[in-house]
Write a protein that binds this ligand. Sequence first.
Ligand SMILES: [Zn+2]
Length: 215
Amino acid sequence: MSPAATNIFTLTHNSELPDLLEANNTWSEKMTEAHPTLFKDFNAHGQAPHTLFIGCSDSRYNEQCLGVIPGEIFTWKTIANVISDKDLTCRATLEFAINVLKVNKVVVCGHTDCGGINTCLALKREALNDGECSHLYQYLQDVDDLYHEHKEEVKAATNDVAQQSRMLSRLNVAKQYQRLLEIDTVQKALARGDISVYGLLYDVATGRVEQVSNV
Ligand SMILES: [Zn+2]
């Protein structure tokens, strides 16, 4: 939040359950007003999403950056949108979305100003290994490896930390995109011509998405 900004958010740290329930009520009414048939004629009868969206857990974006409404996109969010064939959630999500729900697009969408990436860029990952955040420390190994792999290239390109972070976010999307292509569920669906796979980057400062890679 910029120092001059006044709060525009629905809920705050002070919100309690009645506030959450009231906010939900307002949201469902507004959604019904905007799309009178959405809940009763579509979402009440199951889902047929066209896209699997894999993004970072960051609060500033999600699949709605593509302008969709509930029922269109199956989503998995995880810190720094890290894909791993050893991650059961990742494998199960891909299998369910591709083989059961039959999505025909898989998107891995990273974002600018990513906390996971910034932590590694600022060499602050080591400080997480203090017991309170030891799993986060382990989890960020993959991002840390990416940083060390591209450190010279990123530092040579710019002195601006925000730009370095943006470069690493793009490189991370490219890396996680390649990982996706190596997972057998994705490979088989690509071979059958069932899916397209896209790597995207969301800019938290503008709300715009740009393409990083695709097949
Ligand atoms: Zn992030």
